[in-house]
Design a protein around this ligand. Sequence first.
Ligand SMILES: *Cc1c(COP(=O)(O)O)cnc(C)c1O
Length: 391
Amino acid sequence: MSKEKLGLNTICAHVGETPDKQFKGAVSPIYLSSSYEFMDVDVKRYPRYFNTPNQEYLSKKIAALEHSEAAMIFGSGMAAISTTLLAFLKSGDHVVVQNDIYGGTRNLMEEHFENYQIDFTFTDGIHVSDFEKAIRENTKMIYIETPSNPLLKIVDIEAVANLAKSRGIISAIDNTFASSVVQNPIDFGIDIVMHSATKYYGGHSDICAGTVASSQEHIDTIWNIAKNLGGSLSDFTVWMLERSMKTLALRVNAQQKNAKKLAKYLNNHNAISKVYYPGLKSHPDHLLAKKQMRGFGAMLSFELHKRIDSQEFLKALKMIKPSMSLAGIESTMLLPAVASHALLTPEDRLAQGITDNLIRFSVGIEDRRDLIKDIEQAIKTVETSKLIEAN
Ligand SMILES: *Cc1c(COP(=O)(O)O)cnc(C)c1O
């Protein structure tokens, strides 16, 4: 089966099935062995070597989705990210990092890189010139994340990849927020693509996993340290992830269709003062998003008018869940100021554009009407209770 010629839904449905030669069942069997024969075998298999049958085959689906030669599956997004960073960065090396990346990745760098004498610079902005001016003689990697969290800023993937190539630097991206359905950075020249599979790949808020996709050569380098760091995923969860990924494109396409409509609805609402969504023509990077994304993803953020208390609003929602994570089939909302960005000072948050009334919205697959109804009733509830208080 030539993977290049297959459509996205076919890749999701079929690539990387673990063959059931014995019983010819329709779905992949789960191989739970942690002990395999070592004599007269081509591959010495062991879960922490990332090469059990389920790990090996599902990696083919990840690679097909990201247009890469090879891929690996990890026990979490952070296991994939930390292992990849440590595979390429050594004492004395420097990495240029986009200023607003995922908090866990930022913590890893800020709290631990000094111990390994790995240097890092967070960019001032997200324009390619911001990356260029942060490059030093010892820069080994440029690390990006687009769309960004929570303000959905868009980095020019191709420009950053070209910059890295021209300087002989490895480029890496956290592609979690877009998912492979919406964005394939390798097509624009990026070397390494990581995902928190806890998000869209898993998609049902019941799996913690991570992935890396790249050339075979880079995957070999990552594997070499991964087998010693030990961040592999149990075969049972690998199997759950395969099951989830069969509907990846169906889910994400439904979610981003909803998100586009909801962004427009929120944008026209008098209780909402601002909407951040790359699919809106008013988004400063709308054209760039159009160039490098297929659709605009299913994450958006919006700012409630200051007359509405954001925590009361979240409490008044009946269906949409206030929730830490994102990308499940169910719609969830989060207040960055008290959740993902709570550790920053209020001044630092404001400098980043994160106000107390900013809400991040992970749009699910529910019927749009019902989502709008829930938001409407929540706004009304908060406004009414305020009126009663005032009287
Ligand atoms: C959640 C997330 C991660 C970390 O993934 P885990 O599976 O929680 O380790 C990394 N990057 C982004 C953008 C995320 O949203």
